[in-house]
Design a protein around this ligand. Structure first.
Ligand SMILES: Nc1ncnc2c1ncn2[C@@H]1O[C@H](COP(=O)(O)OP(=O)(O)OP(=O)(O)O)[C@@H](O)[C@H]1O
Ligand SMILES: [Mg+2]
Length: 249
């Protein structure tokens, strides 16, 4: 991977970055249509960043037909009061048929895994009957789910979403606290990695498991403070750094 030294943080104006938004989220079956993962320490601004990027994506013509479903285990979302969170899968699938953005709150902690698995299966069912369908499943705080650590074995549905999603028009976006929360299976099955504040331990892990370039990764530890973020292109290599997105509640 190429080391890009002295890159000045780019101001973030996402409509000018439609290419990047497509790389991150568009389920078009292309080279970049594997999953994307976000990793950063607790409170570093992941949910805020992700929500902003989704809202910006939805302004683009390319995303007109895309159905986003955002799963929040913490029962929170930043998409505005007009988006009413749903707590049953039935309502969630119905909403997805009509709306570009659906928020699903799994409310029973003993059933998180089952709920997320059933959501994934339901989305694949929709994709199977709609050849042109494009779906993005975002699981925030994914590290809470069983199997989300580097030696972990995620559920068969999660594996399916990670591995078989691209050809079906389904993309899985996972948001975790640490790079090391990602199951090893994700190595080779994500096209983009978004980092915010990261620890040295995480960087060591990324170097080892993802083969990311040492110098580039180490410089990120100091750079990604105060809600700054970076996109790592896992297909062609390279890193793009960005200033914080605007924060609005
Ligand atoms: N771009 C930003 N500019 C200013 N403040 C921000 C920004 N992003 C996040 N914050 C602040 O940081 C707090 C935490 O943000 P957020 O909930 O997005 O972090 P997180 O990484 O998702 O946290 P957690 O790991 O707990 O889920 C927010 O309440 C907000 O006050
Ligand atoms: Mg969060």
């Amino acid at each position: 991977m190429k080391n890009e030294e002295n890159v000045v943080l780019k101001p973030v104006k996402m409509t000018e970055n439609s290419q990047l938004l497509k790389q991150m989220f568009l389920p078009d079956g292309g080279t970049y249509a594997l999953g994307s993962s976000f990793a950063a320490t607790s409170g570093s601004g992941k949910t805020t960043l992700l929500s902003h990027l989704i809202k910006e994506s939805l302004k683009l013509d390319s995303f007109k037909e895309v159905r986003f479903v955002y799963v929040s285990i913490k029962l929170e979302h930043l998409f505005g009061d007009e988006v009413k969170p749903l707590s049953t899968l039935n309502e969630t699938f119905k909403s997805m048929a009509k709306n570009n953005l659906t928020v699903f709150y799994p409310t029973d902690p003993t059933n998180y895994e089952t709920d997320v698995d059933n959501l994934i299966e339901g989305v694949f069912n929709m994709a199977n009957v709609n050849d042109n369908g494009q779906y993005v499943i975002i699981v925030d705080d994914c590290n809470i789910l069983q199997g989300f650590d580097n030696r972990g074995n995620p559920s068969p549905s999660m594996k399916k979403a990670a591995i078989a999603g691209r050809s079906k028009g389904v993309r899985l976006i996972t948001i975790c606290h640490r790079i090391g929360n990602m199951p090893r299976l994700f190595n080779g099955n994500i096209s983009g990695l978004v980092l915010m504040n990261v620890s040295k331990m995480d960087i060591e892990y990324a170097k080892k498991v993802f083969g990311l370039e040492v110098d580039m990764m180490e410089s990120l530890i100091d750079e990604l403070t105060d809600y700054k973020w970076a996109y790592i292109d896992m297909i062609r290599g390279g890193v793009m750094r960005f200033n914080p997105v605007p924060h609005s509640k």
